[in-house]
Design a protein around this ligand. Sequence first.
Ligand SMILES: [Zn+2]
Length: 119
Amino acid sequence: MDKKTLKHFEKLLLDKRAELQSAYRDKLSRSGDAGADGALDSADEASANYNKEFWYSLSDADRKVMRRIDEALRVIATEGGYGECVHCGKPIQRKRLEAVPWARHCLECQDLQERGLIE
Ligand SMILES: [Zn+2]
């Protein structure tokens, strides 16, 4: 994957992460608790350490997405084969990455995984 394409997916990942974080900020401002806002800003760094309140505010699914996003960003940062299926090593379909940039499996392996046949 060339640098330009990597940048493109990096942006998608960062956008999604920002989206999850701003949903949390909205929730905070609605509840009138602005105190944690400053702490959350540090989570914008690439090597994010999320504050506990933010982390617990996420649903299980979102938490999983956040972990995957961080993983994918790390892979991009180290140029360690982003976009390759962790199971079979083949490139993950471009269309799939556009929809789910934090995907770890290609479609075939995703199917196997959903049926519990692989990790
Ligand atoms: Zn695969």
